[in-house]
Write a new protein. Structure first.
Lengths: 446, 196
């Protein structure tokens, strides 16, 4: 019996690359051959071990450093190509004159024919570019803001905590400006005590949740709102300020112009959305205050009680941890390599199970301690509808549009001429050949 | 390739850096992990990953949209790692030869790290032991093992990354696993003493 051949099959088998027939062959062989069965167990244990390795996170400052290096690389890139062509093209004064002259002549012809069409196109591109840039802004904002909010300088966090526990105490003494539901009151009370006592960093908050062991209830709160506002930017800034004051953060935001008027900034209208994370104590207060900023056209909120799931999962983790300890004990006594690998496989399975459960728990803790609010905001001319006055600057705007179009045309033609001259080493020979061939064909046809 | 990626590629070819950063945002952590497994330390992995990503950016116009971006990126990362490993080999010192210094001749010695308890403590993570074993593999086999068993690429993808036929990929995986198994067996006591 040739076991070497079977070893090759084993590798394919653990990678699920063996067809049914060969799988059958291998399995029946392994029933009789201890050596191959052991090889199979070792290889599949090895594969599990490698597959279970945790991914390493990028080192700190990786992206910033890369950004700097990319900037350098991109400068090199442009310097080598564009500059070289430009220098060559624009070196002679005669060439310059000829190019600009023909450019103007062509421009004049085209302006007459195409003004309408071109201004349309250019307007569109402007809009596209504007929204594109906006999208980027939003991405950067999130990237910059999220870690800041998470890390929260210790001093700031301390102050924050003090304020929070203070306010919350007031809330409970007198009537509430935090109208919270009955169910959540348990959780609130237990947490308030803890807040007052600890007053540490943001991390403490989740720890508190853990230590409490959930005598209270765990509720994930979310809200979805759509609203119309009169001034997008200032309202946005106001809401951001409020979120920060409450100790929350902005997890996601995006905005763009849905009406873009290139002649008059005042006519621009923005729309967008933001996803905010608010400490759950402030959730209702926050949603209530939003009404002051504009007309709320749509409002839905949701409270999801996960107390039971949380308790089950943390019990599961405890069980698994006991099991892990036991396995490690067995590992210490294992003599044979086969046993070691077997136990090791089980151990890594249990560990990954524990990790999986624990990450679910942390996610829940995060979702419970910070409620999620999504706001869709649209800027409107006026919240009350009335007749719009006629714009007095129609002619000025038209003139600006005309000049703009001409400028774009000049740019385009310049580009065309540059291209033409740059390509002339190819175009000329090809043209000559084409003429010769055509002439020959013509003669023959004649 | 999704529409989103196609749009980003168009922008990148016009020289837009932010589009590039968006495009690689999901891949760079994989690239970094591959480099880490290949080179064995974080510092080098970071440098080489960045170098590779810059190469990707500079040669993005060579990328054909019909092929798979991640495979292409892996290939560049792998090649950059190979260059680095080659460079390292050139400066490797011989253990047998004596080295001439101003104070006479000296010879190199390898310390027996395995018996040193502090070293064991340092590596109380399964990843470290496995990493050492991976580092001991020959380059060609290490590449396929990292791509197949750690990153989970298919045989076909690996064959595209290293530009070798599937048969070669197969035999390298077989050989690599065999070698790795042997190395790990020899280190059984290390795995035992570590904490999971």
């Amino acid at each position: 019996m040739n076991c070497d051949r079977y070893e090759d099959l084993i590798h394919l088998y653990v990678d699920h690359r063996l067809d049914k027939k060969e799988t059958g062959n291998l399995l029946s062989h392994m029933e009789t051959c201890d050596h191959c069965r052991q090889t199979y167990e070792e290889i599949s244990a090895l594969k599990d071990l490698l597959g279970g390795i945790q991914m390493k996170a990028l080192p700190e400052g990786f992206e910033e450093e890369l950004h700097v290096r990319l900037l350098e690389a991109s400068e090199e890139k442009t310097n080598t190509w564009v500059e070289r062509i430009k220098e060559r093209l624009w070196s002679g004064p005669k060439m310059k004159m000829a190019v600009s002259f023909s450019g103007v002549a062509l421009a004049a012809v085209l302006v007459i024919g195409n003004t309408g069409l071109l201004s349309d196109i250019s307007q569109k591109t402007v809009m596209e570019e504007a929204s594109y840039d906006m999208a980027y802004e939003s991405v950067e904002e999130t990237a910059a803001e999220a870690p800041m909010a998470l890390m929260a300088e210790p001093e700031m966090a301390k102050m924050d905590m003090a304020v929070r526990s203070g306010e919350v105490a007031v809330t409970f003494d007198g009537a509430s400006n935090v109208p919270s539901e009955d169910v959540s009151n348990y959780a609130v009370t237990s947490q308030v005590e803890a807040f007052g006592a600890s007053g540490g960093t943001q991390k403490k908050e989740t720890k508190v949740v853990k230590e409490n062991d959930f005598t209270g209830r765990l509720i994930i709160k979310t809200a979805n709102l759509s609203m119309n506002v009169e001034n997008y930017d200032s309202n946005n800034a106001e809401i951001y300020r409020m979120v920060e004051e409450m100790g929350g953060y902005i997890s996601d935001t995006s905005s763009y112009y849905y009406i873009f008027d290139q002649y008059d900034d005042r006519n621009n209208k923005k729309t967008g959305y933001m996803t905010l994370r608010i400490p759950y104590l402030y959730f209702d207060q926050f949603v209530g205050q939003l009404e002051a900023y504009g007309d709320i056209t749509n409002h839905s909120s949701n409270a999801n009680d996960i107390t039971k799931q949380y308790r089950d999962t943390s019990a599961e983790v405890k069980n698994l941890e006991v099991r892990e300890a036991k396995l490690r004990e067995i590992m210490g006594r294992a003599e044979e390599i086969k046993d070691v690998i077997e136990v090791e496989r089980e151990l890594s399975r249990v560990r990954s199970e524990i990790n999986r459960h624990q990450s679910i728990l942390t996610d829940w803790e995060d979702l419970v301690s910070l409620s999620t609010v999504t706001i869709n905001m649209t800027e409107v001319e006026d919240l009350k509808v009335n007749v719009k006055p006629v714009d007095k600057d129609v002619w000025t705007k038209a003139r600006e549009g005309f000049i703009y179009t001409v400028n774009r045309l000049v740019d385009a033609l310049e580009g065309f001429v540059i291209w033409l001259v740059a390509m002339s080493p190819i175009i000329l020979p090809v043209g000559v050949v084409a003429i010769v061939v055509l002439r020959k064909l013509y003669m023959r046809w004649k | 390739m999704s529409d989103n990626e196609a749009l980003l590629l168009k922008k990148i070819k016009e020289g837009d850096i932010r589009s590039f950063e968006l495009l690689i945002s999901e891949y760079q952590v994989y690239a970094y992990n591959v480099a880490y497994r290949m080179l064995g330390n974080e510092e080098d992995a970071k440098d080489i990953t960045q170098e590779a990503l810059i190469k990707v950016y500079k040669s993005i116009h060579k990328f054909k949209e019909t092929s798979n971006f991640s495979t292409w990126l892996y290939r560049i990362v792998m090649n950059t790692c190979k260059d680095e490993l080659k460079k390292r080999k050139e400066v490797t010192l011989s253990l047998d030869k004596e080295i001439e210094t101003d104070d006479g001749t000296v010879s190199l010695e390898i310390g027996d790290e395995r018996l040193n308890p502090s070293v064991v403590v340092e590596r109380n993570e399964v990843g470290h032991v496995v990493q050492e074993a991976i580092s001991a593999l020959p380059d060609a086999n290490r590449i396929v093992i990292v791509l197949r068993d750690i990153q989970g690429l298919s045989y076909e993808e690996i064959s595209q990354v290293i530009k070798e036929p599937i048969g070669t990929v197969k035999s390298r995986i077989n050989r690599g696993r065999g070698q790795l198994k042997k190395i790990l067996m020899d280190q059984k006591h290390l795995i035992l003493s570590e904490q999971y």
